[in-house]
Design a protein around this ligand. Sequence first.
Ligand SMILES: *[C@@H]1O[C@H](CO)[C@@H](O)[C@H](O)[C@H]1NC(C)=O
Ligand SMILES: *[C@@H]1O[C@H](CO)[C@@H](O)[C@H](O)[C@H]1NC(C)=O
Ligand SMILES: *[C@@H]1O[C@H](CO)[C@@H](O)[C@H](O)[C@H]1NC(C)=O
Length: 545
Amino acid sequence: MKPLSSTSWAAQGVAGLLVFPLLPVEASTDNPSLAPAPPMGFNNWARFECDLNETLFTETAQAMRKRGLLDVGYDRLTLDDCWMLHDRADDGSLEWDTDKFPHGIPWLAEYMKNEGFHLGIYQDSGNLTCGGYTGSYGHEAQDAELFASWGIDYLKLDGCNVWAEEGRSLREEYRVRYMQWHNVLSALPNPLIFSNSAPAYFEGEAADWAVVMDWVPESGELARHSADVIVYSSNGSAWDSIMYNYDMHARLVRYQQPGYYNDPDFLIPDHPSLSQNEKRSQFALWASIGAPLILSAYVPDLSDEEIAFLSNKALIAVNQDPLGQQSALVSRDGTFDVLSRSLENGDRLLTVLNRGADAATTTVTLARLGLTSQSGCKYEARDLVTDDISTMDSAIQIQLDSHVAKVYRIALPESCTKTTPTGMVFNTPSGLCLTASTDSITFEKCSALDTQVWHVTATGDGTKLTLSPLSDTSVCLAADGVSLAKCRGTASTWDHYISGHLRSSSGNCLTQTKDKASIEECVIDSVGQIFGLPSGVHLAKGDLN
Ligand SMILES: *[C@@H]1O[C@H](CO)[C@@H](O)[C@H](O)[C@H]1NC(C)=O
Ligand SMILES: *[C@@H]1O[C@H](CO)[C@@H](O)[C@H](O)[C@H]1NC(C)=O
Ligand SMILES: *[C@@H]1O[C@H](CO)[C@@H](O)[C@H](O)[C@H]1NC(C)=O
């Protein structure tokens, strides 16, 4: 743990500039035109691993076109690891494996273009790829220019076999390499979409993971943030793998924005261990959380039913919504996860997932969705799979079978358009929920009580926040962080930083230690100070210092 004093995180970055270009030429999020919405398409990895070839890609493209997937937006096919020869040519350039790609990769890129698709490719920022082929280390510009000359416009850059240079920590090393790649790709006449894998290498270490995530949105259009989704050949539970990646994703709401997307890895509708409900639920969840929709399946053999749910235009529209929010947890009780977010036209999105082993029923109130329930405010919730509409006077009751997720789009009546970001405030490393106890604040296991659902309201010039529990919206989380008090000015205002810190007007940060809440000096590496908030919350500008 390193307190933020004279050698702050920002100061380290500036010092670093003298040696290597740490700051991007232009952050991906400053100019979201490269990927204004999450990418959609196909990648061979989870389904075929290293068994890729030209035929697989041309067959898949034909099937995607014939079966309507291209028409609804799946337009990128990306080669994963093992497409190349183990060694570089004499001039240092990479070469494709001619057994796998007899016509060559430029031919395949042209083929894809003629069919209405884009071709993407895989490389690694280290000495070797994960599969043991030659990595890009020391050849960054050369490889980028080669890919562009082949007609490729999307790069998935893995992070296997990266070693820190002397004087750098491993997490600094990843930052240097991925920022360098971002700069190389951005400088091309036609920049490539950049899929970053750095955070996946830190997911087991909460403080490092957060510090890496803090720069990731500036350095690419998407990032594989945690484990690979289970591969087809593995006998493990694909549902557990999907839930693991979904849970990691739920911790990263604050990073998602137009131009940058958290990537929980592929849709795997082929996986033999998944039930039909579970396949549908993965798609509904991935759409709701704004994840890239990248199929890793044998598309020619998908059933008509599978093609139909993967082509649901209402869910795809939500996924591609230009506001670019990620659904965030409103509540969680061990059975139901309830999530919400806003859409560009002002509609609210409600997502409910039954994680339990049995069918169960839950009720979601308007207040939990951040909507007002005064008279005259009648909301209509449309089930985006069945198209059924339920009128919501004060709440909606939802019954779901085991492992089923449903997504509702709620239109706002013209006189009732106000929404307040509402939901769980939780320490993302521990998963514990900020809880309003009688006159104190604690951290408890999340149990979906009103004492754990918070209205987060913008105040002042809109940049400061107040936090009030639904159990008593007349009180606010006080700046001392350990009590609830009447909401009054700076004594109850907070700043939320991209690093997850919640800093009060005292200059100190909310801190979780076991079940205790306290307010302590803000420390960038402190796992007790990283919080997830509802989506749509204003983030404080600049660094935490
Ligand atoms: C191409 O790859 C697919 C999937 O692994 C495999 O079934 C097929 O036999 C391969 N075809 C050729 C020509 O290598
Ligand atoms: C990685 O590659 C670089 C450049 O070729 C080389 O200097 C370094 O020794 C390699 N590191 C390892 C651990 O193999
Ligand atoms: C999966 O199970 C099959 C059949 O029991 C077995 O042959 C195979 O080796 C297993 N694969 C893995 C990766 O464990």
